[in-house]
Design a protein around this ligand. Structure first.
Ligand code: BMA
Length: 339
């Protein structure tokens, strides 16, 4: 089997070969030097986690969630030569509105970062009289202009697709509540101009076990010859609280509301001390998956225990095979009866 990644080459993608000790139950393995970002990485920032990165000019850039020592969540820019050691700007990103006036969100968390047709887009969770989706664009990584609110509250986990599909931007999102949402399915919406969103469709609902409570989009989908490869997160409620795992699905290239394969097993779940212990124990929360078209290698950046950033690896062949071999679609996944 040889699945093709349809995208750019990233010759300096962070990488380690799969070690002999890697789990038999997963196509993903962790970087041996995890976590790559530890506590107190910036003055007044206690923890950086759930953060988004992209290759840029032979190096890497990222938008990082930094939870301050005042407990406010803000977004910080970071740069890296190797995608592993990061230098952060000391001040949070300063957003402006479309007139260029300062327009700072009250709080910001869980950013995603995309580069589409020469423009970077950041989307994150912010306050709009309740948790909702924030969006901004930049062409120079200096001026970040906020866009209209795509949705009314409550909504989280917005993930744009990395290119327009049939002439329209597509975005996954997860309608929510204003707290630690004990429910949630993934939906998709489209827009021609990033201002007016519509044609909302259901993508996936919760299932049982590790994804029984809620699911949400995580890393931006990767275009492959088999469809859009999606790493999403699934949550189970246990006696000691929520447990966040990584799931995998493949969506139709032209109609991504259609689920082609969905893995019944999780791809990754908290197993290491830095994932099981921290501010919020038992969380792995991916927000970026960089894919090298030349080699099929994928590097996943994930938040660990709401305290650290971890790095994990897989190949497109291994993950697509694992998802297909373990796929179990319900009638709802297949879009029967409801759109
Ligand atoms: C979710 C989000 C994530 C966080 C997770 C676990 O609701 O807020 O930022 O990692 O909870 O606390």
């Amino acid at each position: 089997m040889s699945v093709k990644i349809i995208g750019s080459n990233i010759p300096n993608l962070p990488w380690q070969d799969r070690p002999a000790s890697a789990s038999l139950n997963s196509p993903i393995w962790r970087y041996s030097e995890n976590p790559i970002i530890g506590r107190n990485p910036v003055k007044d920032v206690a923890r950086i986690f759930n953060s988004a990165v992209l290759p840029h000019d032979g190096k890497f850039i990222g938008v990082f969630r930094g939870d301050g020592t005042d407990s406010v969540q803000r977004l910080y820019l970071g740069e890296s030569i190797d995608g592993i050691k990061w230098d952060f700007r000391p001040e949070p990103i300063q957003f402006v509105d479309e007139k260029g006036e300062p327009f700072q969100p009250l709080y910001s968390y869980d950013p995603r970062l995309l580069h589409i047709e020469g423009v970077w887009y950041v989307m994150w969770c912010q306050d709009f009289f309740g948790a909702s989706i924030g969006m901004a664009k930049t062409t120079d990584m200096k001026t970040f202009t906020r866009l209209e609110n795509p949705f009314i509250p409550f909504n989280r986990n917005a993930v744009l697709f990395p290119r327009k599909i049939n002439g329209a931007f597509k975005m996954l999102s997860r309608p929510s509540d204003n707290a630690h949402t004990p429910f949630g399915d993934i939906f998709i919406s489209e827009s021609k101009d990033l201002e007016y969103w519509g044609r909302h469709r259901h993508v996936m609902s919760t299932k049982s076990g590790w994804e029984a409570l809620k699911i949400g989009g995580s890393a931006p989908p990767i275009e492959t010859s088999e469809g859009w490869l999606c790493f999403y997160h699934g949550v189970e409620l246990t006696c000691s609280g929520y447990v966040y795992a990584v799931g995998g699905a493949i969506l139709d290239i032209d109609e991504p509301s259609k689920v082609l394969y969905r893995c019944k097993n999780y791809l990754m779940r908290p197993e290491t001390p830095y994932e099981e212990m921290g501010m919020v124990p038992n969380v792995v929360f991916p927000v970026a998956a960089l894919a090298d078209a030349a080699t099929g290698r994928i590097a996943i950046y994930y938040g660990a225990a709401d305290s650290y950033v971890g790095l994990a690896f897989t190949t497109v062949d291994e993950t697509v095979k694992f998802i297909k071999d373990n796929s179990k679609l319900s009638e709802e996944d297949a879009g029967i009866g409801r759109r």
